[in-house]
Design a protein around this ligand. Structure first.
Ligand code: MN
Length: 148
């Protein structure tokens, strides 16, 4: 797990917004940089893992307020990772935002039924990305409806 923000965590709130520990699971270095820079610019504390096989362990260690995961990942796919998080005793309740390069028909439903509350398609809109992060941290999204 790489710490990808230079800024130390100084307080829990900044201009009334909740600052958060955010775990990013993404195999593309440019996207990691983009997401980390965006989140750090909003005062959050982002950490990143590039190998999804390490994601559960990293999440258990970090206890993140939000997980942002790519869907197209080698080894453990984003959908499988979402299901693993939902099945994990310690992580089951953490909000998950999926990021996906292909918005094929039915993708959103698959992502949501795996247990993610929100998804943003790539190339990301910076505004939509930041807004969705804020909403998830504020608990404004529907609770998870897991497939049974
Ligand atoms: Mn990918």
């Amino acid at each position: 797990m790489e710490s990808c923000s230079a800024r130390p965590r100084i307080s829990h709130q900044l201009w009334g917004r909740e600052l958060a520990k955010i775990l990013i699971v993404e195999d593309n270095a440019l996207n990691i940089k983009l997401f980390c820079d965006l989140l750090a610019a909003h005062g959050h504390e982002p950490k990143a893992v590039t190998d999804s096989r390490n994601a559960i362990e990293a999440a258990r260690e970090l206890s993140p307020d939000l997980v942002i995961t790519d869907i197209q990942l080698p080894h453990v796919s984003g959908l499988d990772l979402i299901r693993l998080i939902r099945a994990d005793e310690k992580l089951a309740e953490v909000p998950i935002m999926a990021v996906t390069a292909y918005s094929a028909h039915g993708d959103e439903e698959r992502i949501r039924s795996a247990g993610a509350q929100a998804y943003v398609s790539k190339p990301i809109s910076v505004v939509k990305f930041a807004q969705t992060v804020d909403e998830l941290l504020a608990g404004k999204h529907q609770p998870v409806t897991q497939e049974s």
